[in-house]
Design a protein around this ligand. Structure first.
Ligand SMILES: [Zn+2]
Length: 348
């Protein structure tokens, strides 16, 4: 029988590649700003390919690309009629990708996220959020997902609505906050307490995703690990955010003066990118502190995921093409290489 997410986490780390929005924006299939995943309808083959690449790199989870494919996001681009087909298509694409790799025991995750309509001072917004979450969870449940990730939510109260929608549907819930630079969730609650509230309300996995790079995410994890007894999740963005600017929504690239508006977020973060080894170190640190749902959010590419997988002691499919610098013409050590090239390596 197939093991569910919790059984898998009890046995060890589960790797989850995310970051589909940024990856698709860079490839020219959706627009930064609105950030609506229209690509799942217009170019499903591109989404399938990214799923495939993340799977080959070692992701255990195929996350349906429904992030920001919700009612409010479709309203802002005037395409609310696409809501249901978009959601259903994204779920089907994820399941089809899983089915291409039958030997891997992949888990398919549904995904709900910040609605951007939640307002703590407007009780009507609670109902609106609830409806948005319930319709998405319903489609994911119908599609037979293994669990649902609620993520990038900055309010405890909004997350509680998301969590209830998932648990009312009888599904496993992973609840990940995006933690602001200003400190505290937007209700003024600290991450440990915020996660404990979710555990007490029935969340199966709690933690953080997005906003912060690996170092700034790691700073918050001990507090969360201590506060809860359930599994903890950590999916940072692969950017070198700092004490001064912990979140990637406000970043300055000191080495560049031609970024329109001056904010490197979201389309000029290149110079702040983490390399694959930094993400691998993050994965190892997570394991050491018993944070078992490990992943990577906006900015992720398969090379990061493969190195994280290798750091977990695995050999994913794409390990076949793992770097082997012994064969490099100048930096290599293979005895058949030309000596005049290897001797010149440091001068190149
Ligand atoms: Zn993200």
């Amino acid at each position: 029988m197939k093991k569910d997410l919790i059984t898998r986490l009890n046995e060890g780390p589960v790797l989850c590649a995310e970051g589909y929005l940024f990856a698709m924006e860079r490839r020219g299939y959706l627009s930064a700003g609105a950030f609506v995943p229209e690509v799942v309808l217009e170019h499903p083959e591109v989404v399938s390919q990214l799923h495939r690449e993340f799977i080959r790199a070692g992701s255990d989870v195929v996350q349906a690309f429904t992030y920001y494919g919700h009612r409010e996001k479709l309203r802002i681009i005037g395409k609310e009629e696409l809501l249901e087909p978009l959601q259903k298509n994204a779920l089907k694409i994820a399941k089809d990708a899983r089915d291409e790799f039958k030997d891997l025991n992949l888990l398919v995750a549904g995904n709900i996220a910040n609605t951007n309509v939640f307002d703590p001072n407007d009780k009507k917004s609670y109902i609106e959020c609830q409806k948005m979450f319930e319709e998405q969870v319903g489609w994911a449940k119908d599609a037979g997902v293994d669990f649902i990730i609620a993520e990038t939510i900055t309010w405890v109260e909004e997350m509680k609505i998301a969590l209830k929608a998932i648990k009312d549907a009888g599904l496993i819930a992973v609840c990940n906050y995006a933690f602001r630079s200003a400190g505290g969730l937007r209700d003024g609650i600290q991450p440990g307490e915020g996660c404990k509230i979710l555990e007490d309300h029935g969340a199966d996995v709690v933690g953080l995703n997005c906003f912060r790079g690996p170092e700034m995410t790691m700073k918050l994890l001990p507090e969360i690990r201590k506060a809860v007894s359930c599994h903890v999740a950590a999916l940072p963005v692969p950017y070198r955010t700092t004490e001064k600017h912990p979140g990637f929504l406000n970043q300055v690239d000191e080495g560049c003066d031609c970024i329109p508006g001056g904010n490197a977020f979201p389309v000029a973060l290149d110079n702040l990118y983490c390399n694959r080894f930094e993400m691998a170190e993050f994965a190892k640190e997570c394991v050491n502190m018993k944070v078992n749902f490990i992943g990577i959010c906006c900015g992720a590419e398969p090379h990061h995921v493969r190195e994280m997988s290798v750091a977990l002691g695995r050999k994913p499919i794409a390990y076949k093409y793992y770097p082997d610098m012994s064969k490099h013409y100048a930096h290599g050590s293979d005895p058949s290489l030309k000596k005049h090239n290897t001797d010149a390596a440091k001068t190149l």
